[in-house]
Write a protein that binds this ligand. Structure first.
Ligand code: NAD
Length: 248
């Protein structure tokens, strides 16, 4: 019997929210999984257990995506342990909302550092291996705020718009090496990130969602699963919104 080729996926921000749902979804798709988390080791170990029960290999590492040296170590360890990385999903992200007038310099820099530099650090560190192997797929998590802008989120919107420009430029650079790079731009998704919003803000936001509800992390993970699969073999440089219609 021919040996089934194993595939390896790396997910940043994997212990929680959309990253966690993506880890589980890609594990069910048959990927061996590496994921990084920022601080919650207990959640990471619990997730490792769940992934192992699905029947694929898994490893997690504490790694801050702002630190390119740590990211390089994460990628090297992943490839030593599981094999060459086929798919990368960058889900690590933060918000520090404030109107521009009140924004603190550190709120601006923190968001750009994690959301945009983090994506650079991961993609920069993984792309050479993918180019050598002439295969690979990258999915970067942006946001509808990166497409349309969102009041009180100049920092977040700028970082997420940056991810779109970055990913499209990358798609143009590496397409000829058989590598695809796409962006997922969610609207309001029910995770810890949105749980901090007050009831009033949520209510107001929901009024503009034609589907009348928050999205679920699993629904975003389904889209990521499609984009990393061969079913999306001709999709690159795309910005796919998953937002319940909030932007129409
Ligand atoms: P979340 O807050 O639940 O999870 C974010 C994850 O990123 C956490 O696991 C956190 O530990 C990790 N993280 C944060 N800083 C990090 C760092 N420096 N290094 C490594 N990991 C770090 O958020 P979520 O809702 O699951 O968001 C996932 C992605 O989707 C983010 O990029 C977010 O901007 C984007 N997004 C979310 C929504 C939403 O409504 N939830 C909407 C649009 C886009």
């Amino acid at each position: 019997m021919a040996e089934i080729e194993s595939r390896v996926a790396l997910v940043t921000g994997g212990a929680r929210g959309i990253g966690r749902a993506t880890v589980l979804r890609l594990a069910r798709d048959g990927f061996d999984i590496a994921f990084c988390y920022q601080s919650n080791e207990a959640a990471a170990l619990e997730l490792e257990k769940e992934v192992t029960e699905i029947g694929v290999r898994v490893m997690s590492r504490k790694a801050d995506v702002r630190d390119i040296e740590l990211v390089r170590v994460l990628i090297a360890e992943t490839e030593d342990t599981l094999g060459p990385i086929d798919a990368v999903v960058t889900a690590a992200g933060i918000t520090r909302d404030n109107p521009l007038l009140l924004m603190k310099d550190e709120e601006w820099h923190q968001v750009l550092d994690v959301n945009l530099d983090g994506v650079y650090n991961v993609c920069r560190s993984v792309v050479f291996g993918m180019m050598k192997r002439k295969r690979g797929v990258i999915v970067n998590l942006s946001s509808v705020a990166g497409v349309y802008g969102n009041a009180t989120q100049t920092n977040y919107s700028a970082s997420k718009a940056g991810i779109i420009g970055f990913s499209r430029a990358l798609a143009k650079e590496v397409g000829r090496y058989g590598i695809r790079a796409n962006v997922v731009a969610p609207g309001f998704i029910d995770t810890d990130m949105t749980s901090v919003l007050t009831g009033k803000v949520k209510e107001k936001a929901l009024e503009s969602v034609p589907l009348g509800r928050l999205g679920q992390a699993d629904e975003v993970a389904d889209l990521v699963s499609y984009l990393v699969s061969d079913r999306a073999a001709y999709v690159t440089g795309a910005v796919v919104q998953i937002d319940g219609g909030i932007t129409i």
